[in-house]
Design a protein around this ligand. Sequence first.
Ligand SMILES: N[C@@H](CCC(=O)N[C@@H](CS)C(=O)NCC(=O)O)C(=O)O
Length: 201
Amino acid sequence: MKLYNANSGNTKRVRIFLAEKGIDVPRVELQLGTDTRTPAFRRLNSLGELPVLQLDDGRVITESVAICRYLEALYPDRPLMGTNAFEQGHIEMWSQRIHTQLFLTYGHVVRHSMALFSAVMEQVPAFAEAERRAIPGRWAWLDGEMSDDRRFIAGDSFTMADIHGMTVLMIADGLKIPVPDGCKFVNRWAGAMRARPSFAA
Ligand SMILES: N[C@@H](CCC(=O)N[C@@H](CS)C(=O)NCC(=O)O)C(=O)O
C-alpha cells in the first residue's frame, strides 16, 4: 500500500488519521499544480487530486474520507468513526457539519483567490471575499454548539470530526484567518488539538 501525498488540507486529513491510528503507510510525495496534472497521474485519479491510496494489487482509492473509511475497516483498533449505529451517524453528522460549514468556506477563499487555481477553474474574487466575511459567524456557531462544555467536537472522545476540525485549523493558519478570540470553547478545543502529536503530521 502507498499513499500519494502533498502539502494540503485534504491530504492532511489522511495524515492525521494515520498518526492517530498509529499506522505507517509509505508515501510518494508530489507537487500540487504540476505532478497532479500529468497524464500518468490522471490515470491514477482522473480528477487529478490528492490524496490517493494505491493498494499492493494496484487498486486505487481516492477521496480523503474514503481512504480513512478503508483504513478504519482494515485497522479497527483505536476507532475514530464510531463503533455502533448511533456513534457512526453522530460522528458522520459532525464531520459533515465541520466540512461544509468551515472547511469548504475556507476552501472557497483559497480556490477563488490564489493564483495556483486560476488555471483550473474560473475564479470569482467577490465570492472569496464573501466567504472570508462568513468565517467568524461559522466559528461562532460552533462555539455555541460547544458551549455545553464538551471537549471534542462530537462529544467526550477524539473522533474523525476533530480531524476534520484540525484540517480547518491548518488552513486557517495558512490564510491567517483565525478562530475569533471571543470563541472561548472553540479556542480551548483548538489549543488541545494543536497539542496532539498528530497535528504536525
Ligand atoms: N474531495 C477530495 C478533494 C481533494 C483535493 O481537492 N485535493 C487538492 C489538494 S487540497 C488537489 O489535489 N488539487 C490538485 C492540484 O491543485 O494540483 C478529497 O477529500 O480527497
